[in-house]
Design a protein around this ligand. Structure first.
Ligand SMILES: C[S@@+](CC[C@H](N)C(=O)[O-])C[C@H]1O[C@@H](n2cnc3c(N)ncnc32)[C@H](O)[C@@H]1O
Length: 266
């Protein structure tokens, strides 16, 4: 298991907040890929339930969503946050999908393949849980793309620590651009692709979102000797990042999010 975030409470807050930046992009992707009312959807690595809730909204009361998540605490949080009757969360491993039925109209997943030991096999298994003609649609990042323009010193340093920690932990930082290849290696049809990123300037620019994820990887940085907590200084990081961006009249960028989707005919 290579999921790197250890502090469950902080991780819950991070996953909920992350939705504010990524959910509009994921909604557009799911709509473009063809998620429509009445579908029965499997959400891989459902975390705090952000994508499952989006999917539930798109499929409506006549459809249903099953979220699969390895961490029981995240499943509890997702259940507490979701009042829609058409969403169910289960504790399970998306690498194997053991015990998951095979009649879904769609399988979706965001920012989960990057943490799996064998993402290609996970794609294959996900496709095997679809009815013939079902849709597979995944949304993954390129975390190496510059997070701010201009890339001022604190941004460059903190982002550099983050990337180094992920690399040392063996986490794929550019899974988004690899999706087309992965679909092919998995023996799936060539996917359609869509890339979008979040960008904003001014005081509302989400430096906090980067500060959150960078702070969450401090244990990993310390484990691998990349940087110390004191060097990252998580309590002041968001303010320092935003301060530099405002001083430079710059903007904050989310990672480019690559959507890939295909219809599976068997
Ligand atoms: C970055 S979060 C993304 C959560 C959600 N998809 C979203 O976009 O808001 C990744 C989630 O995948 C879960 N995860 C990682 N490996 C998993 C596995 N093998 N099986 C099930 N869930 C897994 C983590 O526990 C975490 O909740």
């Amino acid at each position: 298991m290579i999921y790197p975030f250890e502090d469950r409470v902080a991780e819950d807050q991070r996953l909920v907040a992350q939705g504010q930046v990524f959910d509009p992009l994921t909604r557009r992707l799911l709509e473009r890929a063809g998620l429509v009312a009445g579908m029965r959807v499997l959400d891989l690595g459902s975390g705090a339930g952000n994508v499952a809730r989006l999917a539930a909204d798109l499929v409506g009361p006549g459809g249903a969503v099953v979220g699969v998540e390895r961490d029981p605490a995240a499943v509890e949080l997702a259940r507490r946050r979701t009042d829609a009757a058409n969403v169910e969360y289960r504790v399970g491993d998306v690498q194997t999908l053991d015990g998951i039925e095979s009649d879904f109209d769609a399988v979706v997943g965001r920012l989960v393949l990057m943490y799996l030991p064998d993402p290609v096999e996970a794609l294959r298994r996900a496709a095997s849980r679809l009815r013939p003609g079902g849709l597979i649609c995944v949304h993954e990042a390129d975390l190496t793309y510059a997070p701010a323009g201009p890339l001022t010193p604190t941004w460059a340093q903190a982002h550099g620590y983050f990337l180094a920690a992920l690399e040392k932990a063996g986490i794929e930082r550019r899974l988004g651009p690899a999706l087309f290849t992965m679909f092919r290696v998995a023996g799936l049809p060539d996917p359609e692709l869509l890339v979008e990123l979040f960008v904003a300037g001014g005081p509302a620019a989400p430096a906090w979102a980067w500060a959150n994820v960078i702070a969450a990887t401090v244990p990993l940085m310390e484990l691998h000797g990349v940087a110390t907590r004191a060097e990252v200084d998580p309590p002041t990081l968001a303010d320092r990042l935003l301060g530099e961006t405002l001083a430079a009249d710059g903007c904050v960028l989310g990672p480019p999010m690559f959507g890939a989707w295909a219809t599976i005919r068997r």
